[in-house]
Design a binder for this molecule. Structure first.
Ligand SMILES: [Zn+2]
Length: 469
């Protein structure tokens, strides 16, 4: 299928309109609105990791601004301006790659040409990529133009390192932080591409590609392209895992299972298997953390939560695992793995740290938390309190308070004033029992038993006659 006319997938499936852009809805919405409302700023700054569509978005925006027949706010893609911008030869749209052109001489043509009106379009647009690489002298030369740009000039800066851009520049731009694209968004885009290209790909293969691309659509499409050239029109998970050094979804989920069930042997043998097959151990730690993070999301918000980054297959496993362990424990496991991931950066023996940390995580997953113990104690107290009168129920330890009052409807209860208050209902949930010496507690139970026998011997007096104050 690869022939002389083969166009690389990232290029072929590059978004052409705002609608095509995946995973940057927050930016697209604002840009569309700016065009609709006729409130286009003079300068924009797109910040985000590589391969997530900064340059693509800049070009779409430039086309939308200069298109001769826009459909609403979308560029038509067919007019001269759209075609010339797409081909990179529009007279009114200048692109500068500051990674290789960062000197004052490189920005001088911009400063000189900006005053002239656009040749065939509405705006003169300057797209400066990797703008953090511009030298200070180059920025200073540009600054004057940015402060008072001619009304027809628009600047779009893009960078992977926003914190290296001078504050004086940032303050003159509308700043947008582009996000890494979510794994499931990448998977659905890859699925679409495979359909268009007539490629059969396992879902887990696409997931592996998306995981390997770490939020970058361009990298994901390149990898798919590479796999297709390597394997033809059938793409399997095994091939995809091979090129990234990743572990399979099933292997990762098995490791999570071993942690949740406290299976030390399974944890150690998983790690042994990953290590001996040359997998990237730091990477596995990151992915495991992502898995447990997803578990927290499923437990807190359910399997349809928007913030869940998982494919339908993964969600099935997550739901099953989320039902087995309490949220408090999963949260603590997550904490433990996050700490491990953090420490991995500084240790030499990665494998040992991972082994020890995951065994500790498995202990956490199988040990009751204080909250769980408290809940169990409360339940137990509730059950004891609901035992029929005459059976011994534990007396709660309380602060001494107002003396017990006799109910007006119970005139005959001579023991009441001196008797300790009886508790018929479960005690308030907020107050944990205070530790009392064993002898004192035993005495309290005996007192209760004595009181019960006295009361049952008295006609007309029942245990409910004496109420809590
Ligand atoms: Zn057009």
């Amino acid at each position: 299928m690869a022939d002389s006319t083969h166009i690389a997938l990232p290029l072929k499936y590059r978004p052409m309109t705002f609608d095509d852009v995946v995973g940057q809805e927050h930016v697209v919405r604002t840009l569309r609105h700016a065009i609709e409302a006729g409130r286009v700023a003079n300068a924009y700054l797109f910040i985000g990791p590589r391969g997530i569509g900064k340059t693509t978005l800049s070009r779409i925006f430039a086309k939308a601004l200069n298109c001769q027949n826009p459909k609403g706010v979308e560029p038509c893609g067919g007019c001269v301006n759209c075609r010339e911008i797409a081909a990179g030869r529009s007279l009114d749209v200048t692109e500068l790659d500051a990674a290789s052109h960062n000197k004052v001489e490189d920005v001088r043509p911009i400063i000189e040409s900006v005053e002239f009106k656009p040749a065939t379009s509405k705006y003169k647009i300057y797209i400066i990529d990797e703008c953090h690489m511009l030298s200070n002298a180059a920025w200073n030369a540009l600054l004057k133009t940015l402060e008072e740009p001619p009304p027809h000039a628009r600047f779009i800066f893009a960078t992977t390192e926003g914190d290296k851009v001078l504050p004086t520049i940032i303050s003159r731009c509308q700043r947008f932080d582009l996000r890494r694209i979510q794994t499931n968004d990448i998977v659905s885009r890859l699925k679409h591409v495979c359909e268009c290209e007539g490629i059969t790909a396992e879902e887990d293969a696409l997931l592996a590609i998306a995981r390997g691309a770490e939020g970058g659509m361009r990298d994901a499409l390149s990898s798919l392209d590479q796999l297709i050239s390597f394997r033809g029109d059938r793409v399997t998970e095994e091939d995809a895992l091979g090129i990234f050094g990743l572990v399979s979804r099933a292997a990762l989920e098995n490791l999570a299972n071993a942690i949740l069930s406290g299976d030390t042997a399974a944890i150690l043998s998983s790690i042994e298997m990953f290590d001996s097959s040359g997998k990237n151990m730091r990477r596995i730690a990151g992915e495991l953390l992502q898995h447990f993070r997803n578990l927290v999301v499923v437990q807190a918000l359910g399997p349809k939560a928007k913030s869940l980054t998982a494919t339908p297959e993964q969600v099935k496993t997550l739901v099953e695992q989320a039902g087995r362990v309490s949220a408090a424990r999963v949260f603590r496991v997550c904490d433990q793995i996050a700490e491990m991931e953090d420490r991995l950066r500084y240790v030499l023996s990665v494998r040992t740290l991972i082994e020890m940390s995951l065994i500790r995580a498995s202990r956490i997953a199988t040990t009751a938390t204080v909250e769980e113990l408290m809940k169990a104690v409360q339940e137990l107290r509730g059950q004891m309190a609901s035992l029929p009168p005459g059976q011994v129920a534990e007396r709660p330890q309380r602060e001494p308070s107002a003396p017990p009052q006799r109910e007006p409807s119970a005139p005959s209860a001579p023991v009441a004033p001196s008797a300790p208050p009886r508790c018929e209902t479960p005690p308030p949930a907020s107050e944990p029992p205070r530790a009392a010496p064993v002898d004192a507690r035993r005495q309290a139970i005996l007192d209760d038993a004595k009181l019960n026998s006295i009361l049952s011997a008295m006609p007309g007096a029942t245990i409910t006659d004496i109420k809590e104050p």
